[in-house]
Design a binder for this molecule. Structure first.
Ligand code: 5AD
Ligand code: SF4
Length: 445
């Protein structure tokens, strides 16, 4: 019997791919390793969008040398974006890796592992393109009630700091019929929440149909009867009025939107090749709040892009205050070889970036608290996920705005029976990162 473990870094697409790897390996007779035991096969799904993800992989794989010394038959496979980017070269730094695969040939992993078992040299297979929509492969959902559904892969935007278009290739959309058929199957299988995935979901369909058809896709997915729809990521330049209208009209589409701004300075936005101005972004935010009551807006922000001045950073802080984000992911700029920004002059000194970053995080946390406050006293529909990490008597779930809610389990109810069910929870307290409440009702278990 061969056991496996999948270690995932990076974005939601990798989480989805991890579920595919687990499903694939299971159909080949591999079994997940029990927690605390060493697996026979360790698969890494990697990310190269920022340097620290690269470094973390190096650290983790290097530390497996010791395991290989005592268990030489252990197989280490590295896939995802670093596998795709580096191929063979990866073996120079990490010679004890047995399999390198890319983002286009996930389905070939079992075969590559079998080859590696009998081969004296590492097995490397990276393709320039291929059948990308791994949703066609058997999957094993981490949570039975939630599914990731990729609708596009790749990216055509070439933001100057970003390596994704070089690694993942041009944007390709999946046929709408395939997407909808898969969603229908998922609903029949008991899934309650679907997250549609793509680097830029708003341009979905442009390559296939000559024009974006994301709003239509939202409507078609909603018509499958799924309870909740989320999607990520949206590029502000491509968010259409039709999509805003679909979000406003369709009750199953969560009032939550991830709309990365990256910077609030027009000079920096231009250098980043984002193709919108801060004014256009803020006008869009205004329209969104007007159309979608209670919208939970989230964003990504990069600090310390080459040439960023104090004034540029202040402009970012202004956008943060104006946009009232429910959540924001903040990143320190990390030069990526092969991108235009990596060749730009005027790097911002590390200490300056760090200070700006700390100020930004403070503002972002303040924004999250502000978003949470008015929820106190309301009753929120929460999709229960399981017990809270701190206390097994407390359930944890998410509002449609993606806020974590904790509430004591109702008397005599086993929380594991509630997982994947909706509960009405009266919010009594708000913290920065979660809300606390009392269950007022729940779906029959
Ligand atoms: N440095 C820092 N952050 C980056 N991101 C992408 N590339 C870089 C980089 N080179 C951030 C962007 C993007 C998120 C997924 O990662 O904010 O939206
Ligand atoms: Fe990278 Fe920009 Fe494409 Fe997002 S839209 S993946 S940041 S190039």
């Amino acid at each position: 019997m061969t056991t496996f473990e999948v270690r995932t870094f990076g974005c939601q697409m990798n989480k989805h791919d991890s579920e595919r790897v687990a499903g694939l390996l299971r159909t080949q007779g591999f079994l997940p390793a029990e927690e605390g035991t060493d697996a026979d096969v360790i698969v890494f799904l990697t990310c190269c969008v920022r340097e620290n993800a690269d470094e973390r992989l190096q650290g983790q794989v290097a530390s497996l040398k010791a395991l290989k010394a005592v268990a030489p038959d252990t197989l280490i496979a590295v896939g995802g974006c670093i596998g795709q980017r580096d191929g063979e070269i990866l073996l120079r730094q990490l010679p004890h890796v047995d399999v390198v695969f890319g983002t286009h040939n996930l389905g070939r992993l079992p075969e590559l592992l079998i080859r590696a078992r009998t081969s004296d040299v590492p097995v490397v297979e990276v393709l320039d393109s291929g059948t990308d929509f791994t949703s066609d492969l058997p999957g094993e959902r981490e949570h039975p009630w939630h599914a990731w559904v990729p609708i596009t892969v790749g990216c055509d935007n070439f933001c100057t700091y970003c390596i994704v278009p070089y690694v993942r290739g041009r944007e390709r959309s999946r046929e709408m019929d395939d997407i909808v058929a898969q969603c229908r199957d998922l609903v029949a299988d008991g899934v309650r929440e679907i997250t549609l995935l793509g680097q830029n979901v708003n341009s979905y369909g442009r390559d296939l149909y000559g024009e974006p058809r994301f709003a239509e896709t939202l409507r078609a997915v909603a018509a499958t009867g799924i309870d909740r729809i989320r999607f990520a990521t949206s590029h502000p330049k491509d968010l259409s009025n039709e999509t805003i209208a679909a979000m406003a009209e369709l009750p199953s589409v969560c009032a939550a939107l991830h709309l990365p701004v990256q910077s609030g300075s027009n000079r920096i936005l231009e250098a980043m090749n984002r193709r919108y101005t801060a004014e256009e972004y803020l006008a869009l935010v205004k329209r969104l709040y007007a159309a979608i009551p209670g919208l939970a807006l989230s964003t990504d922000i990069i600090v310390g892009f080459p040439g960023e001045t104090e004034e540029d950073f202040e402009a970012t802080m202004h956008v943060v205050r104006e946009s009232r984000y429910a959540q924001a992911f903040t990143f320190i700029y990390s030069p990526r070889e092969g991108t235009p920004a990596a060749l730009m002059d005027n790097p911002v000194p590390r200490e300056v970036t760090q200070k700006r970053f700390d100020r930004l995080v403070k503002a972002v946390n303040e924004g999250a608290r502000e978003y949470n406050k008015p929820l106190v006293g309301t009753v929120q529909k929460v999709l229960v996920e399981g017990t809270s990490k701190r206390d097994v008597r407390v359930l944890a779930g998410r509002t449609q705005g993606n806020k974590v809610v904790h509430a004591p389990a109702p008397n005599g109810v086993d929380i594991s029976q509630l997982a994947g069910k909706f509960a009405d929870i009266r919010i009594e307290e708000s913290q920065t990162w979660f809300l606390v409440g009392t269950v007022e009702g729940y779906e029959p278990t």
